[in-house]
Design a protein around this ligand. Sequence first.
Ligand SMILES: [Fe+2]
Ligand SMILES: [Fe+2]
Length: 149
Amino acid sequence: MMESHSLNWSDEWLLGYTPMDQEHEEFVKQIACMQQANETELLGLLDSFYLLAKQHFEAENNWMTQTQFPPRDCHIDEHNAVLRSIEEVRQLLSVGRVDVARSLVAELVNWFPGHATHLDSALAHWMFKQKNDGKPVVIRRGLNFEKTS
Ligand SMILES: [Fe+2]
Ligand SMILES: [Fe+2]
């Protein structure tokens, strides 16, 4: 049986850009829910997680393109790869492949810390500087810079 540690949200995950941190907290909590889910709960949870991930990745992709974040391409590619995996696994889970869904959840548990540390943290730092340096952010439509403290 595959060993899989459980994912728990804690402040060590905070990256310093509040809109991103709030979404990551929800992201981690939903992965943790899928880890604990039984077979009948898994499909519904995977569907909700897919919507959350899509919305979260789109937000990060928009921050990167709107501020011309230099290393954006590999970050966006990684988001797209994760969404494609979830879509494929969703199809398999709908025909009873619970094992594949469990493997995906275990992969997400292993994937998220590295993604957050290596890619999201650089973006969080960049966004924080955009917001606090007085440098103009070219397009602000759809972003909620002012709503967070
Ligand atoms: Fe993220
Ligand atoms: Fe990301």
